[in-house]
Every structure is written in C-alpha cells, then in structure tokens.
Design a protein around this ligand. Structure first.
Ligand code: FAD
Ligand code: SF4
Length: 464
C-alpha cells in the first residue's frame, strides 16, 4: 500500500508586496505537475465523506481519479454534472469548513486540497475546451422564471434547463452573476471566469433578461399570469446594514456594498478610463470581520491607501471571514484593530469624515450566535484619524420582492420563508433559495438551495 502523504501541495500566489498594488488574481493556480501531485494524495477512501460535505454533492473522488488518470474531459464532465460554476467554487468556496473539513486525511491534518483541484479542472476546461455546447434536453413544455442571476439563480436555472424546462432569468443589473460580479473583487475572482460560467448556463438554453427589476418592471403575479408555471426567487441579500452610530452619514462613509459595486462592477479602480469615481482615502477604516470586510480593505489598499484598518469588535477567533483571506490581508499590510468598536464618527467643516472614535471591547458569555458577546470597556475611548470609512456589517434582503408579492411570508430581517429541503415558499408556484432565505451566507449554500429547489420544481411540474 502506498504511504500516506499528508503534505498539501501549496498554491502559488503573487508576492504580497507585488499583489497589494495590482488587481490581478492573487492565487495563481496549480501547474499540471502540482495538480497531479495533489490528486495522488487522495486515497480514494471507500466512505468518501468529502462527497457528503459538499452542498451540491460533487462526485469528488471520481473527478480526482479522472484527473489523476489524465482523463481531463471526464474530470470536467463529472464536475459539471453537479456543479455549473466550478471555476467560481474552486476559488471562493469555504472548502475548509465543508468537503475538506470532513476529508479522511483531515484527521491527520493533511486534507486533500479539493477546491484547488476543482479550480484546476475548471481552468483546464476553459483553456482547452471553451464553453462546450450541451445536448439540449427533451422539452418538457413547461416554463420557469428565475429571479436573480447569483449562484442560487444560475444553479437552479442550469438544473431546470437540463431537465428540459424553458427557463428565463430576470436580472436587475446590467450583468449576470450577482455578488460574484458586483461584490467579490477581481483579485479573488476574475470576472472573465464568472462570465464564462454564466455563458455556460446560457448555453444550456437559459434566456437571461438583464436590466429587469422584478417588483418594478413586472410583479411575480404578473410573471405567473404571463405563462410561467413556476418562479424561483434567488434575489440574494443586497441591502446593507449600518452601525446606527452618530454622524454615520458624513461624506466619505460608504456601505461595503456601494464601495465594492463602484470598484468591481463599475471598475472605479480604472477611473477615469471607466467613469465611476470612488473616494480614495489615505487612511481607511473598514468596520467588520467577514469576507466583505476583507475584500473592502484589500480593495482600498490597492486603490492607494497608505493605512487600512480592519475594525472588529470581537477577537480574530470569532472572525467569520475565510482564514485564507485573513492571512492574505495581513500579509498585504492591513492593520487589524481587534476588540474595537466605533462609538461615533467625527467630521470636518465640509462634513467630510476625519476621525472615528472607538471603544475597546472585551468578550463576555456566548450570545445567541454561539460567539462570545463583545462588551464595551468603560472609559476606553480613543480616536483614529481616517478620511474614508467602509461599513461591512452584513446585509439583509431588499424588501422589493416581498412588498410586491402578496402571499409571500417573510421572517427574520426580511428573509423569505421557504422550506429548507424543497425551497417551497408559502405562495403557490413560488420557490426561493440562497441569501434571500438564509440572509448573507455562502456561494455554495446558495447553489445547494438552487439545486434542491430545481429538483422540487421539476417534481411538481411533472406531477402536475
Ligand atoms: P446574490 O449573489 O446576491 O445574487 C442575487 C441576484 O439577484 C443579484 O444579481 C441581484 O442583482 C438580483 N436581484 C435582486 N433583486 C432583484 C429583483 N427585484 N429583480 C431581479 N433581480 C434581482 N461566499 C463564499 O462562499 N465565499 C466568499 O469568499 C465570499 N465572499 C464574499 C464577498 C463579498 C464582497 C460578498 C458581498 C459576499 C461574499 N460571499 C462569499 C457570499 C456570497 O457571495 C453570497 O452568499 C452568494 O452570492 C448568495 O447568492 P444568491 O444567489 O443568493 O444571491
Ligand atoms: Fe479523497 Fe479525502 Fe474524499 Fe477520501 S475524503 S475520497 S481522501 S478527497
């Protein structure tokens, strides 16, 4: 029997001092030799717990085996049969808390780098095969409308099209992809990768109607009256939350949503070549500890800020951001001010933000989220000089759909109530999944929800 190899193959990356000044992708991807070396480490264990750890149930050992056997077309086929967005997932999925966490080799600290192999296969397909047209399915004669083209909507649309249904995606923005396009920066997820995977979904026969805000242009009831047999809502959670502290409306204070949309979708980092400006601060404070905060901080740094602070009210152990992204941010020189929370912003005579007053915090007993509750240390106030602040505290669903769709039940913070297994909402013929149901979560959980809803829609349409 071959000896267990517990050494993960490192991913080559741009050097911190170089990448902090450009928008090119940080992680450079495996070479063929590196991918084969990593694939060799998978022991093809009979119970393959990795599969159950994947919310879209990718046949992980099978695609790794095909890669190892140098049967790349087969590796692509296996991967794409379950996952329409492998290039995206291979880059941004938190594998460390999913398939890789439960990999048999994880017990010995050497889990297979499944995400990196997934990325290798997806990139190989793009470079060697392009978007491969898929044989159209036998038409079912049924029409499904998908609202929103983020990971939930794209996954539901791809699966439904493969099942033979005529699918139309209604997308509010002028490009498809949701957060993958407007939120996650180019240096983590290049936009041509996302576009390639959107094109793949379109190649399955899915019609994508851009600039179509459902709830304004057309309501869900009108969509159903127009001959659609079912609607899947995948409109995400795009409404930013704020601190609610004094002077939060000063000039120079952005929500992370606005800041990242300007930088990524509208390409403000290439201003004036692209005509959306963004304020470039010398000293920037980003408030929050998730992926959105890390992305905002690293964008601000690349725009030319001299000092970028992450202000987070708990300790590093409680940070929801991916470990890998926290490490990347630190290597690039982002300054972490932990156990710190803003008390108020301070402005100059022109109402531009110039300082932030903060409290030091300490951790108490765990709260309802299971994390230790941050408590203000009395008398610990101090000030930081800043000229831009970015608030990255999380998002909730935009109320537009719920307020224009009678019969749709909403729950905590405007999320739409839907069955976890089937995606069925309380309104007949309407399903929902992704961040609109869970609140801000992950790409793969949104994809899993899209997949489960597609299976249930198909079942209901076939059973009349
Ligand atoms: P979204 O991606 O939000 O897509 C919803 C789509 O619906 C959008 O295109 C929107 O324009 C459209 N829409 C909204 N309202 C309407 C309407 N009325 N009519 C028509 N269309 C509408 N997750 C990870 O797993 N890993 C990461 O590294 C990661 N990093 C992130 C970084 C940032 C900056 C952000 C913001 C999120 C990050 N996430 C990450 C979270 C992840 O991106 C989301 O959980 C995921 O995109 C949710 O998918 P979704 O399809 O539910 O919604
Ligand atoms: Fe390979 Fe790990 Fe999956 Fe086992 S659990 S099949 S070792 S990737």
């Amino acid at each position: 029997m071959a000896k267990l190899n517990l050494n993960r193959t490192e991913m080559p990356r741009q050097k911190p001092e170089v990448r902090a000044k450009n928008y090119n992708e940080v992680a450079l991807g495996y070479s063929r030799e590196q991918a084969l070396a990593e694939a060799e480490r998978c022991i093809q264990c009979p119970k393959h717990p990795c599969k159950a750890g994947c919310p879209v149930q990718v046949d992980i050992p099978e695609f790794i085996l095909a890669l190892r056997d140098n049967n790349m077309e087969e590796a692509v086929r296996i991967l794409k049969s379950k996952n329409a967005l492998p290039g995206v997932c291979g880059r941004v999925c938190p594998q460390e808390t999913q398939c890789e966490e439960v990999c048999t080799l994880a017990k010995k600290g050497g889990q297979v780098a499944i995400g990196r192999l997934e990325r290798y296969v997806a990139d190989w397909e793009r470079e060697h095969m392009g978007v491969v047209p898929v044989k159209p399915a036998q038409p079912s004669g049924r029409k499904v409308a998908v609202v929103g083209s983020g990971p939930a909507g794209l996954t539901a649309a791809a699966d439904l099209a493969k099942m033979g249904h005529a699918v139309t995606i209604f997308e509010a923005l002028h490009v498809a992809g949701g957060v993958l396009m407007y939120g996650i920066p180019e240096f983590r997820l290049p936009k041509d990768i996302v576009q390639g995977e959107v094109d793949y979904v379109a190649s399955l026969g899915v019609e994508i109607k851009l600039d179509s805000v459902v709830g304004k242009l057309i309501t869900i009831d009108e969509v159903l009256k127009n001959g659609y047999d079912a609607v899947f809502l995948g409109t995400g959670a795009g409404l930013p939350m704020f601190l609610g502290c004094p002077k939060e409306n000063l000039n120079g204070i952005y929500s992370a949503n606005e800041f990242l949309t300007r930088v990524n979708l509208m390409k403000a980092y290439q201003f004036p070549e692209y005509d959306t400006p963004v304020r470039i601060g010398r000293r920037v404070a980003v408030i929050g500890g998730g992926n959105v905060a890390m992305d905002s901080a690293r964008c601000a740094l690349r725009l030319g800020a001299e000092k970028v602070y992450i202000i987070y009210r708990r300790s590093e152990a409680e940070m929801p951001a991916r470990r890998e992204e926290v490490e990347n941010a630190k290597e690039e020189g982002i300054i972490f001010k932990l156990l710190t929370n803003p008390k108020q912003f301070i402005g100059d005579e022109q109402n531009n933000v110039c300082q932030m007053e903060c409290h030091e915090m300490e951790l108490g007993e765990p709260d309802e989220s299971g994390r230790r509750r941050p408590i203000v240390k009395e008398g610990s106030e101090f000030k930081i000089d800043i000229d831009v602040a970015i608030v990255a505290l999380g998002t909730t669903p935009n109320p537009l759909i719920a307020s224009t769709t009678p019969g749709l039940e909403t729950g905590n913070r405007g999320t739409v109530v839907a069955d976890e297994e089937t995606g069925q909402t309380k309104k007949k013929k309407v399903w929902a999944g992704g961040d609109i149901v869970t609140g801000a979560a992950t790409v793969i959980s949104a994809m899993g929800a899209g997949k489960r809803a597609a299976a249930d829609i198909d079942k209901c349409l076939r059973n009349g």
